[in-house]
Ligand binder design. Structure first.
Ligand code: ADP
Length: 349
């Protein structure tokens, strides 16, 4: 078999995680045969691809009888929908909930750190202007400065510089107002602030920007969906029935503003609130269930200490759950990018 024939054979295999062909996923980056070994380079659509060895096993079986060496690299797939407002961000992902206190901000921060843990370039934007808690959760401090940036055209523009939190760019209204200061947001002000936080901020090149939405209301989501097409929204809820009703409202709100829902995360699973309610609801609504986070003191303590990122640094009860959720979300994003893209040309098929 020539390298091209091997490539075309491998291209027809089905990815074990998403059920999409290798070709459509763009998984096979190169095939190179030497006298004694076939070297296959696999390019994953996200560094958070779970159980990548399964791809190698499939390749090995498809080429059985030959010595095969599989290597892995990754390049995050994304639609870069913010390009029209000058952003270079592959995927913008919102995290929302029907009501406050369900752990939405904790989940948003954990997702951002989780994607960073896998190696992606990540930013975190706190759009929960009514209760900005991202500075507290990340431990990031400082005042964002405005810098003059020169465009390739020579034109000089002003750009807001996000705050650095463990190598991640973070922005929040919490950095710009005094602690304990309540702010009353009128619709147009909110729209202007968000526009500035996106369009006039130096986010640089990112694989993912995670946005922590305010609970419930639709105005921020509407602005976001007008400014840029989101890769999707994650809905966080707790397992009890009353909370699930609020989650359904959030899902319906996202539907109205045309933001695809990537799925539901169940937070605070455990004795107090019960377990499994969100999973059942996700199935009923035909939405992906993205995983559960147990109710656990480690999460609250690290959150209060500005140490959410450390949940990935050591062994703790929450870590496997957070890794699993991060992977599920990253895969749902990749899946949407692929399924929304035009089919590859007949030639490739
Ligand atoms: P929201 O953004 O929905 O208002 P937060 O993320 O601010 O909620 O979380 C509210 C409180 O609950 C915080 O003190 C946080 O540390 C705590 N918390 C969130 N998730 C968990 C969990 N799984 N286990 C224990 N405490 C949690």
């Amino acid at each position: 078999m020539t390298d091209a024939e091997i490539r075309s054979k491998l291209g027809q295999l089905t990815d074990p995680e998403l059920g999409i062909s290798f070709d459509r996923l763009g998984l096979i980056k190169s095939v190179q045969t030497t006298s004694d070994v076939i070297k296959v380079e696999v390019q994953l659509p996200t560094p958070a691809y779970p159980g990548r060895e399964r791809i190698g096993d499939l390749i090995g079986s498809a080429l059985s009888g030959r010595k095969v060496e599989v290597s892995y690299s990754w390049q995050v797939l994304g639609r870069e929908t913010g390009g029209k407002i000058g952003l270079r961000i592959k995927n913008v992902v919102a995290v929302g909930s029907g009501k406050g206190g369900v752990g939405k901000s904790t989940t948003a921060a954990s997702l951002a750190y989780g994607l960073k843990h896998f190696g992606a370039k990540v930013g975190l934007l706190d759009a929960d202007v009514y209760g900005p808690s991202i500075p507290l959760l990340t431990g990031a401090k400082g005042t964002p400065i405005v810098r003059e940036v020169e465009l390739p055209t020579g034109q000089k523009i002003q750009r807001l510089e996000p705050i650095d939190a463990d190598g991640m760019k973070v922005l929040s209204i919490g950095f710009l107002i005094r602690e304990n200061q309540a702010v009353i947001w009128r619709g147009p002000m909110l729209h202007k602030l968000l526009t500035q936080f996106l369009q006039e901020t130096d986010w640089g090149e990112l694989d993912y920007l995670i946005i922590d939405l305010p609970p419930g209301t639709g105005d921020v989501s509407l602005t976001l969906s007008q400014l840029l097409g989101l890769a999707g929204a994650v809905v966080v809820c707790t397992p009890q029935k009353v909370a699930l009703l609020d989650a359904i409202k959030a899902i319906s709100m996202f539907d109205q503003v045309k933001i695809p829902v990537l799925g539901i995360v169940e937070n605070m699973s455990g004795d107090i609130f019960g377990r499994g309610g969100a999973k059942a609801k996700a199935e009923e609504l035909d939405l992906p269930f993205l995983g559960e986070i147990p109710i656990d003191a480690t999460i609250r303590v690290r959150g209060d200490d500005g140490q959410v990122g450390s949940l990935y640094a050591d062994d703790n009860p929450a870590k496997p759950h957070l890794l699993n959720i991060t992977q599920n979300i990253a895969m749902q994003i990749a899946k949407r990018v692929i399924l929304d893209a035009p089919m590859p040309s007949l030639e490739i098929l």
